[in-house]
Design a protein around this ligand. Structure first.
Ligand SMILES: *Cc1c(COP(=O)(O)O)cnc(C)c1O
Length: 227
């Protein structure tokens, strides 16, 4: 399967799932997850109109952003576990940091974003990653910590809180429950007015995610092939 075929098929799946959920497909943004894949594949997707790309590792993100600096309107999404010592690199290139998962990281990213020229009205957009199922091997704030997390991000003038993200379990029914749980946390903490974005779908479960209110789907394998 080529990148062109993968991208066309994922766009079609998004359109169908949005129609089935009576949602506008324009309200679901596709983030093409390019981790582990060469810059040439990103160029291929870019030539087909894809602009949002997701990367998991700060170093890989920095290298690809440099390699693709001639594509000025690429929007890089950081979707991996972010270590504080990498916050500066990510703040420099990211359009949206989807994985803020502790008050300490929010403070560090806020400080680094300031160092990169954010603040005074210009903000770095972030999502809070929530571990809705409390799975031990997963990163993310617990649902109980979410209020404190929201306060920590909101206290950083260089950051703008845009919503919530979660990594679903593999099992599709469990994924649905996780997405529904995240959507109800969104409702509990100010709703779409305060937390407009829900980043909740991947290659296997994007239809379920769109039915549950996804505004961002993060799709790797179904576009770029197996890693
Ligand atoms: C790798 C990754 C994805 C994409 O997963 P696929 O199953 O390949 O679509 C999405 N989100 C995160 C956080 C990832 O690490």
């Amino acid at each position: 399967m080529s990148v062109a075929e993968g991208l066309a098929s994922v766009r079609d799946r998004i359109a169908r799932a949005a129609a089935a959920a009576s949602r506008d497909p324009a309200d679901v943004k596709l983030v093409a997850v390019s981790k582990g894949k060469p810059a040439a594949m990103i160029r291929e997707a870019y030539a087909l109109g894809q602009r949002d790309f997701g990367e998991n590792y700060a170093q890989e993100l920095t290298e690809k952003a440099a390699e693709l600096a001639d594509l000025p309107d690429v929007a890089w999404h950081f979707i991996g576990h972010l270590q504080s010592n990498k916050a500066r690199h990510v703040a420099r290139v990211a359009h949206l940091v989807q994985t803020v998962d502790s008050p300490a990281l929010a403070r560090e990213l806020g400080k680094r974003a300031k160092g990169e020229g954010y603040g005074d009205g210009k903000t770095l957009a972030v999502l809070i990653e929530v571990n809705v199922g409390g799975e031990a091997q997963k990163h993310g704030a617990s649902p109980a910590e979410l209020g404190e997390m929201i306060a920590a991000v909101s206290a950083e003038p260089a950051l703008a809180l845009r919503g919530l993200m979660t990594m679903p379990p593999h099992d599709l029914e469990a994924a649905r429950r996780a997405f529904e749980a995240l959507a109800s946390l969104q409702g509990l903490h100010g709703g779409r007015a305060r937390l407009p974005e829900l980043s909740i779908g991947m290659s296997d479960d994007l239809e379920i995610a769109i039915a549950c209110g996804a505004t961002l789907v993060r799709v790797g394998t179904a576009i770029f092939g197996a890693r």
